[in-house]
Design a protein around this ligand. Structure first.
Ligand SMILES: [Zn+2]
Length: 345
């Protein structure tokens, strides 16, 4: 039997962003422009006012002085955004970061090498945490054909973990690599910075919540697993060190066009061979998560994030469409799924 190519190139996208029409939450006007683009236009003035400046970041850094050895815990994925966040903490703000990487068992060698290289070049300590704790939960999502988005419980897990590590080392700030298109709201963060309460995520978050309630809460191995990001935040607020989570990219006066060449030159950073979306650094399990989201919803959280970046004129719609093109062979997909004892037909 030959190898089938799986390809998703969504059609009928909003004329301005890259979201498909998914009623009732996402709907188009007679010109093919979605309600979220219109909402953005209406809120533009408010957003302009709320724009964060680098001076705001300096104030935050001054306010959150370290008690222990490390000034910040830098969550590293090996991608351009988190690697440059680590880079600027050390070089631009002269802080002592602890580089922290978590591996759910699906991290690529390329991503791990990027963090190792960055930590070594910067002369910062590097903590690598690998665990198979989540494996059965991921497997259960596939086995039960749940529409839960794999990245959601994963983000609950590592945000909780990041707070725990920060608390243990008395680190007052957690630094993530979220870009301007990702959430700046403290209450609703994840690694990808998705705002679970926004209309684009309603169906996805409900499916995840229902999966957690049905399969996770009753499993003794996961009895302490947080039910939502709100619960992660609540738990964090009860810890001794109340770490604040921010991304320098919300404040920096430049974007990827400046920091990507910088870390390539200074840290030997490289784009991973295989990752989705194009020019990103996400774990291999992300291919499964994206495949399921495209089948279940017709779009992914990356479409939401890139749509925000398009509306803010950070990226072009053409670039987003190119990077969002999903193509993988069935055998590649099943090679990843095999680790979870699952096979797609
Ligand atoms: Zn739109």
């Amino acid at each position: 039997m030959g190898d089938t190519d799986i390809k998703f190139s969504p059609e009928n996208l909003c004329k301005r962003c890259v979201l498909p029409e998914v009623k009732p939450m996402i709907f188009f006007d007679s010109h093919g422009v979605c309600n979220l683009c219109h909402e953005h236009d209406q809120n533009r003035e408010l957003e302009e006012e709320a724009k964060l400046l680098e001076s705001d970041l300096l104030k935050i850094l001054k306010k959150h002085k370290a008690k222990g050895k490390y000034d910040v815990l830098a969550m590293c994925s090996g991608g351009k955004d988190s690697t440059s966040a680590l880079y600027y903490m050390k070089t631009r703000y002269k802080l002592n970061p602890l580089a922290f990487m978590f591996d759910n068992g699906f991290e690529s060698e390329d991503a791990i090498r990027n963090v190792e290289r960055a930590a070594e070049k910067l002369g910062v300590d590097f903590m690598f945490f690998k665990s198979s704790y989540m494996k059965d939960m991921y497997g259960k999502i596939l086995e039960t054909k749940s529409k839960a988005v794999i990245c959601h419980p994963c983000s609950l897990w590592y945000m909780d973990l990041a707070y725990e590590i920060a608390d243990r080392h008395e680190i007052p700030l957690i630094i993530a690599g979220w870009t301007k298109g990702q959430s700046t709201n403290q209450k609703i963060m994840s690694k990808c910075g998705c705002n679970a309460a926004s209309p684009e995520f309603k169906d996805m978050s409900e499916a995840t919540r229902s999966f957690l309630d049905t399969y996770v809460r009753n499993d003794p191995r996961y009895k302490d697993f947080p039910a939502s990001m709100e619960e992660v935040m609540k738990k964090a607020a009860e810890r001794k060190t109340k770490a604040l989570v921010i991304s320098p990219h919300w404040f920096l006066p430049f974007g990827a066009e400046v920091y990507v060449p910088t870390i390539q030159k200074e840290l030997g950073w490289e784009y991973p061979q295989l990752s989705y979306p194009g020019r990103s650094t996400n774990c291999m399990l992300n291919f499964i998560s994206v495949y399921n989201s495209m089948k279940n919803y017709g779009y992914t959280h990356y479409h939401v994030e890139m749509s925000k970046l398009i509306r803010q004129n950070v990226i072009s719609r053409e670039d987003a469409i190119r990077d969002l093109e999903f193509q993988i062979s069935k055998s590649q997909l099943n090679a990843i799924a095999k680790k979870l004892n699952y096979q797609y037909e």
